[in-house]
Write a protein that binds this ligand. Structure first.
Ligand SMILES: Cc1ncc(COP(=O)(O)O)c(C=O)c1O
Length: 389
């Protein structure tokens, strides 16, 4: 290993939402989706050089920004992107809200697949659009898509967009080409545009393969928009950078227009430098990170199987967010999460944060040094001792 993911970094008093949102000094936060590792040293060096320059005026997005994105997707996902398809943005959630505002009217419906990332609900509701829930099917520990229900929801003339998490946060699924093609076919038939949030795509574990929605057949790719970022893969969420791409010129123009109207087009010089450095110099770090994360997942899996067998770990194909099936425990997810916090100062998410379908589940973030993970699991075990809960 060239990089040290075991290093414990004190993030307290850095205004990190994960660590500083609670006033408790003994809190162990394993909730919000960022990592407790330093980003790649190659990225830090580039940012340090930029800081040394000392002038941080309005910054244009250079050609290199687009080229590094194009090379990344070509190299890793066999996807050729034209520069004219790419729109830089300050994050995936801002991109999502902009896309919703650009392509739908107040009162339109947007289909999502719960349990799913909570901000999908927020973005839709903040834009005064309606959520239409195409719940995933959970059977025998595995999540799949309910295509019959999807078709029913897509048939509603008010349904204008389907928003997918590809790979899926929080259930950890990597959607297969066949699954994406079935989604694509249904959506095309009913004039529903697909927004594919691929923010977690670089964190797919080795036996699985990320399929970008944009790499499907031309007619399907043209009916879609992809949202992506370096923020999860390289732990750079605070720098606020991401991008949208679509090969459909009319969708591109509508989104670009709203971004211009909202004066949201400029990125910070650090965002630009970080993206270029991540995609050009960060790949070795990312590959080692994935090995470390998978080891953490295995560690968690073994711990829970032997120490807290009432909990079932939903198989993790991607991301560092593990979905725990706690339905065998009596209390609700919210009650369990509160008990864990109150008794052991361990902060993990109740499944209901991701919609009603999350009842019976907890989400735990394992992107931390294994020593910290081990401490978190011990706290989880103590909190769940039968007599206490
Ligand atoms: C599926 C998904 N989309 C978007 C985001 C947030 O994106 P950003 O920080 O770029 O706005 C997250 C963060 O956890 C996520 O899980």
């Amino acid at each position: 290993m060239d990089y040290n993911f075991d290093e414990i970094i004190d993030r307290k008093n850095t205004n990190a939402i994960k660590w500083d949102a609670s006033s408790s000094t003994d809190i162990l936060p394993m909730w919000i989706a960022d990592m407790d590792f330093k980003t790649a040293p190659e990225i830090i060096e580039v940012l340090q050089n930029r800081v040394s320059h000392g002038v941080f005026g309005y910054t244009q997005t250079p050609e290199e920004f687009y080229i590094s994105i194009q090379n990344w997707w070509k190299r890793r996902y066999e996807l050729s992107l034209e520069k004219e398809w790419i729109i830089p943005v300050t994050g995936v959630i801002p991109a999502l809200s902009t896309t919703i505002r650009s392509l739908t009217e107040k009162g339109d419906k947007i289909i999502i697949q719960p349990p799913v990332y909570n901000h999908f609900y927020n973005s839709i509701e903040n834009c005064n659009r309606e959520v239409s829930e195409n719940n995933l099917i959970y059977d025998n520990g595995i999540y799949t898509i309910d295509f019959v229900d999807l078709e029913r929801k897509a048939t509603d003339p008010k349904a204008k967009l389907l928003l997918i998490s590809n790979p899926h946060n929080p259930v950890g699924r990597v959607w297969t080409k066949e699954e994406l093609q079935r989604i694509a076919l249904i959506c095309q038939k009913h004039n529903v545009i697909v927004i594919s949030d691929e923010i977690h795509c670089d964190l797919v574990f080795s036996v699985y393969k990320h399929i970008s929605f944009a790499s499907l057949e031309d007619q399907y790719a043209s009916n879609s928009i992809t949202l992506a970022s370096i923020s999860k893969s390289f732990n750079l969420a605070g720098l606020q950078v991401g991008y949208i791409f679509t090969k459909n010129a009319s969708l591109y123009n509508e989104i670009k227009y709203i971004l211009q109207m909202q004066e949201m087009e400029l990125l910070s010089p650090f965002a630009i430098e970080a993206l270029i450095a991540a995609y050009n110099k960060g790949e070795n770090w990312l590959e080692e990170l994935k090995i470390y994360l998978y080891n953490n997942y295995t560690f968690l899996h073994q711990f829970i199987a032997s120490e807290i067998p009432e909990i079932k770990v939903v198989p993790l194909q991607a991301t560092y967010l593990v979905w725990l099936d706690c339905s065998a425990l009596k209390p609700s997810s919210d009650e369990i999460a509160i008990t864990i916090l109150e008794k052991q100062n361990l902060w993990i998410n109740s499944g209901t944060m991701y919609g009603n379908e999350g009842e019976g589940f907890l989400r735990i973030n394992i992107a931390c040094p294994q020593k910290i993970l081990s401490e978190g699991l011990e706290r989880l075990k103590k909190a769940l001792v039968k007599s206490e809960i």
